[in-house]
Design a protein around this ligand. Structure first.
Ligand code: NIG
Ligand code: FE
Length: 419
């Protein structure tokens, strides 16, 4: 299949192939070409440039399909590097308690929160989980996502964690999205281990990790290292155990307090540390000396009404930032990356250029796929968004709440949208 997209109003987020991530000041500029074309061959971006230099590539008989993108932008699809989108049912009932004033921690103490989702996962079949999750994948594609990381962590028993990871494996096999999986057995202590947290950590270390590792069900390991959840020592032990199976850390850190999660993540060369509402000078200094991607999840901070991560301070200190959806039923029930992009500007005061880096190349780095996705570069997988007509690319982060995707291309194929 060979496709030509021509008369593109602006081709956005062009990067050299060797750029792994974009940090600090460099985040405030992006490379674009106005009035551009792009060629897709065998699922990959094979050429692009200005229409004025298209030459022989304009001959339409060379292509299976040509698309006219007059007035529209062409950008890399979003990469969403942090989700929990395999879950059963929903939690809008406990949301009522939240509206009435209960905190996330209070809801969790009452058996709501993660444990509520765990109960639902345990009662769901793999077929039910698959059907619900596949629908969510179709929905996020319609809103511009081209790659997604998905975590386990609502099973909290060997059997149910395996059920979640096998569901993710099936989604990987069948979905046009690029998917990576993360084992998050240490998401919460299940009800039957209440008061025996360390015994649960031992179960994760001695039984769950070896089984998940041997069955090659997870690319990454995650721990909710935070106040009221798992300690730094427990996180350390879990990350050590997972290392033996090649699972790279991507951890939940510093959402509820200065938990030491950032430090333990960096110590284990985590690919990313995520949430980071509680990030001070010490944490920023540690991140600056690391290869770990600081990942912010504005959807959760917005939904839970939490303090905001100090994004500006972090970028101004020279750090890269990634923005992901955290799509989950308890703290961010949306996988709409266009909304996350807008929140980056509205809540974190990030420029549209910074937001574009943070939702494409930097999230691609945070899930280990920056060599194949996350920018307009020759040889990368053609996971692309043709936007509806828009005046400038700033419109992308300014106009929130409606869907600005006109056409999605995944692996070089035009996708029928689930609108
Ligand atoms: O990333 N912070 C931990 N876990 C999820 C929330 C999970 C839930 O409430 O179901 C998060 O926000
Ligand atoms: Fe999360």
């Amino acid at each position: 299949m060979k496709i030509l997209i021509q008369n593109i109003k602006e081709l956005v987020q062009i990067l050299d192939n060797n750029v792994q991530l974009v940090s600090g000041k460099e985040m405030s500029t992006i490379e674009t070409i106005e009035n551009a074309y792009l060629v897709i061959e065998n699922g990959l971006i094979s050429a692009f440039g200005a229409m004025s230099e298209i030459g022989d590539l304009s001959i339409s008989s060379k292509y299976d399909k040509t698309i006219d993108a007059t007035g529209k932008m062409l950008m890399p699809a979003f990469v969403d590097s942090h989700t929990h989108l395999v879950y059963a049912g929903s939690r809008e009932i406990e949301y009522i308690d939240k509206i009435k004033g209960l905190s996330y921690e209070e809801i969790a103490k009452r058996g709501g929160g993660i444990l509520n989702s765990a109960k639902r996962i345990r009662n769901a079949s793999i077929e039910q989980l698959y059907t619900q999750s596949e629908q969510r994948l179709k929905d996020i594609i319609s809103m511009g996502t081209g790659a997604v990381e998905i975590k386990s962590g609502y099973g909290l028993s060997l059997e149910s964690e395996l059920k979640m990871l096998r569901t993710i494996k099936l989604l990987k096999q069948n979905s046009p999205l690029t998917i990576r999986s993360t084992f998050l057995g240490a998401h919460a202590v299940p009800a039957e281990y209440r008061g025996k947290q360390y015994e649960y950590v031992k179960l994760v270390v001695n039984e769950m990790i070896p089984r998940v590792g041997e069955d090659k069900l997870a690319d990454f390991i995650d721990v909710f290292c935070d106040k009221g959840f798992f300690t730094v020592d427990e996180t350390n032990e879990i990350l050590e155990a997972a290392k033996k199976y090649g699972m790279i850390p991507k951890i939940h850190a510093n959402e509820l307090d200065y938990s030491g999660g950032i430090q333990v993540g960096v110590k284990h060369s985590a690919l990313s540390v995520d949430h980071l509402e509680f990030t001070g000078k010490e944490e920023i200094d540690i991140l600056r000396k690391s290869n770990t991607m600081p990942t912010l999840l504005p959807g959760a901070a917005f939904f839970l009404g939490m303090v905001h991560a100090p994004a500006r301070k972090m970028i101004d200190a020279g750090l890269p930032i990634a923005l992901a959806s955290d799509f989950n039923p308890g703290s961010s029930p949306s996988g709409n990356m266009q909304l996350i992009a807008a929140m980056g500007s509205i809540m974190f005061k990030m420029l549209s250029e910074e937001v574009i880096h943070a939702t494409t190349i930097n999230t691609a780095y945070a899930m280990g796929i920056n060599d194949i996705l996350g920018s307009i570069s020759v040889g990368k997988i053609a996971n692309l968004i043709i936007t509806k007509a828009m005046p400038t690319y700033h419109y992308w982060t300014y106009s929130y709440g409606d869907n600005k995707v006109d056409t999605m291309i995944l692996n070089g194929n035009i996708i029928k949208l689930n609108l």
